[in-house]
Design a protein around this ligand. Sequence first.
Ligand SMILES: [Zn+2]
Length: 315
Amino acid sequence: MKRFFRLLSAALMLAALPACSALPAGLHAEREHYPLGCPDNLFMRRFLPLKMQMPGKKRSKIGHLARLFNAAGAFSGAKSTRKSNCPDTLGRSSVHIVRYCTDTPEPGILFYHPHENETTAKKTTAAALAERGKGCLLALEHRASRRIVIESANSRADFDPNRIYTEAGRRATLARSRAGTDAENTTAAFARYLLTHHLNPQRIIIAVHNNSNGGTDIRSYLSGMLGHGSAEVYINPARDPDDYFFTTDRRAFSFFKARGFNIVRQNSLTVHDDGSLSVYAARHGIGYINVEAEHGHRAAQTEMLYAVFEYLAEP
Ligand SMILES: [Zn+2]
């Protein structure tokens, strides 16, 4: 019981702390520490009625407390001596799922930053949302890397968090690290958690990404496999080909094209199932817009984000 109160006071202290000083004014951060259920949450389970532990249930005050507990553990540096098959949640396997929110919610709309190494996208989106004073950015934070690694006693799941939303995608992204069934299950559980708690409830998801000069750009969607999965491509030669929108939505395509932005619309019937969120979103009736810009193109990405705000303001 002493441990309970120690964790409780740590959680309350954490809740009382001001937002990280690096955050733009007007944003606050809510952190979840994935995976929940290991190991601090095992302790919490003794105190929670079963129905509050069911994944997918609406959040309760106690569930929120459990998340604070996990967050407290993540930042206190506390070491658990508990032996379990859970991934090492207090060590390098931990993933933080962080919501950076303004004080004004925007129900059904979520900005999403899955690749932590794409720092331009995160900074510009946080700054633009703070200035706009409305909406939330969901970010995955792990090792400042593109890929996420969740290790347990039995497996090592090493995956691209934008390739995990279908079974085919998970198999392909895990193949690179020759992972087995346990790693597939770990990855599927992580995807399910993100979908259930954060992504499925949305009407529109605005993903924010960065790319490198010389890699995939707007012209890549004119031919080959990417061309096969594209329904429409609009290229404005005056713009950098690395700065472009990618959407599943006809109305969004017309809107951004009319404003002179590079844009691709996915052909959701022919697109290769690589497990990315655009494929999942199209299959499940969730609107999807990706704001893709080259690393370091802060002005271009900011301009694109403000165009998204205009798009969202349309009836
Ligand atoms: Zn990315």
